[in-house]
Structures are given as structure tokens and as C-alpha cells.
Design a protein around this ligand. Structure first.
Ligand SMILES: Cc1cc2nc3c(=O)[nH]c(=O)nc-3n(C[C@H](O)[C@H](O)[C@H](O)COP(=O)(O)O)c2cc1C
Length: 202
């Protein structure tokens, strides 16, 4: 999808622009158009990243779900800032987002958890995400215990499982161009909360 990206093609609001590009990524048949690499500052000050799935854009923020006691959950409790990278390389695009992160409301998390397949709901109970475990069979044993515990019952949301919302202060759209003259546009919120847009050299 090499092609010139011009300022006149871009929406005033980067969220709107992101939604347009995401629709195009879906239409292009990308395998995981909602997958993003999420980078955080860990509790020991080092940097880490891992893939999460974008589950929606709500109140101008990028929402994903996870275990609040996982490494990323603990990291975000201490340092509530993150960056998400959507690597849409098959269509010569990437979008990078950075900003502050907060938890979504418990009722939001309840609603999303309730919509998940039962196996995923049980998995959330069976795994203490990011904690060491002795073997695969111990994990399977934990899953079987959860299966038995909730047999025939609705699976409630574990209190340590829920959503985060990244409210962006910077969003960059990158599109590959010919002769390595790629196009980059960066939106940044100014002190009055308005989006400022500038073109960057590739
Ligand atoms: C395609 C893909 C999608 C994933 N989606 C999620 C997700 O939405 N939430 C999540 O907690 N982990 C997700 N994971 C697993 C994470 O990448 C990661 O291994 C896990 O969250 C533990 O990360 P942490 O120890 O840094 O907290 C996904 C992994 C892949 C490969």
C-alpha cells in the first residue's frame, strides 16, 4: 500500500485517523489488526514490551484487558504511562501511541469479561499471569480445579482482571513511500489540550 500520505488526507483528530486506518487494516485482511506491542516501565525501572489486543477506543482512549497483578499490571500501577505500537507492516504502515494509562471502571471490565468465551473466563482464574510455575501439569491442574469450581455456574470476573485505557498525548502515523521517502505525521496534544500536527523526516 505504498502511496503518498499528505496532510490534507489526515483527520484533525488522530483517534478518527486511527479508526480509518484500522478499518483499512481489517479490510486488507491483516491477521491481527488489533494486536499492539505495549511498552511499559517495569517496577525495577527496566523497559519491557509484550503484545496485547486492542478491545476498543473509549472516551478517546485505547482499551486493552489483562491481569492487574501481571508484570504489566504492577508496572502500570507504579508508573501509569505506556506506548502501544501497531505494526501493520503488510500494508507498509505503523501507528505508535503514547500517553497515560488508567483502569477502566469495574462495571466496564465486568461487561467485557461477561462477553468472553467461557474457556477464556476460566483461563483468567486458572493463571496467575507472569508468576513462575513449576510445570505445565501444575497449570493444567489449576485449570481443572477452576473447571470444577465453576461447574454449571456463571464465571464471575476475578477482581484482579480488568481493563486499562491509554489516553494518548502523542500519536504518530507512518506510511512507507518510494525511495525510502516514507511519510510520518505526528499529532501531539498542546497545553490547551488541542492536537498539533507536524510532518517528520523519515
Ligand atoms: C497475539 C497476542 C495477543 C495477546 N493479547 C493479550 C491481551 O490482550 N492481554 C494480555 O494480558 N496478554 C495478551 N497476550 C500475552 C502477552 O503478550 C503477555 O505474554 C502477557 O500479558 C504477560 O505479560 P507481562 O508478564 O509482561 O505482564 C497476547 C499475546 C499475543 C501473542
Amino acid at each position: 500500500m505504498l502511496g503518498g500520505l499528505r496532510r490534507s488526507m489526515l483527520a484533525d483528530c488522530p483517534i478518527e485517523q486511527f479508526q480509518q486506518w484500522q478499518e483499512q487494516a481489517i479490510a486488507a485482511g491483516l491477521k491481527d489488526p488489533t494486536a499492539a506491542s505495549l511498552a511499559t516501565v517495569e517496577t525495577n525501572g527496566s523497559l519491557w514490551q509484550r503484545i496485547v489486543l486492542l478491545k476498543g477506543i473509549e472516551s478517546g482512549g485505547f482499551v486493552f484487558y489483562t491481569n492487574y497483578q501481571s508484570n504489566k499490571g504492577q508496572a502500570l500501577a507504579v508508573e501509569p504511562r505506556a506506548s502501544m505500537l501497531f505494526p501493520w507492516n503488510e500494508i507498509d504502515r505503523q501507528v505508535t501511541v503514547s500517553g497515560r494509562v488508567e483502569r477502566v471502571t469495574p462495571s466496564h471490565s465486568d461487561a467485557y469479561f461477561g462477553s468472553r468465551p467461557r474457556a477464556s473466563q476460566l483461563g483468567a482464574w486458572a493463571s496467575q499471569q507472569s508468576r513462575p510455575i513449576a510445570s505445565r501439569s501444575v497449570l493444567e491442574q489449576q485449570y481443572n480445579e477452576v473447571l470444577e469450581r465453576f461447574d454449571g455456574a456463571v464465571v464471575p470476573r476475578p477482581s484482579d482482571w480488568g481493563g486499562f485505557r491509554l489516553e494518548p498525548t502523542t500519536i504518530e502515523f507512518w506510511q512507507g513511500g518510494e525511495h525510502r521517502l516514507h511519510d510520518r505525521f505526528r499529532y501531539q496534544r498542546d497545553d490547551d489540550g488541542r492536537w498539533q500536527l507536524e510532518r517528520l523526516q523519515p
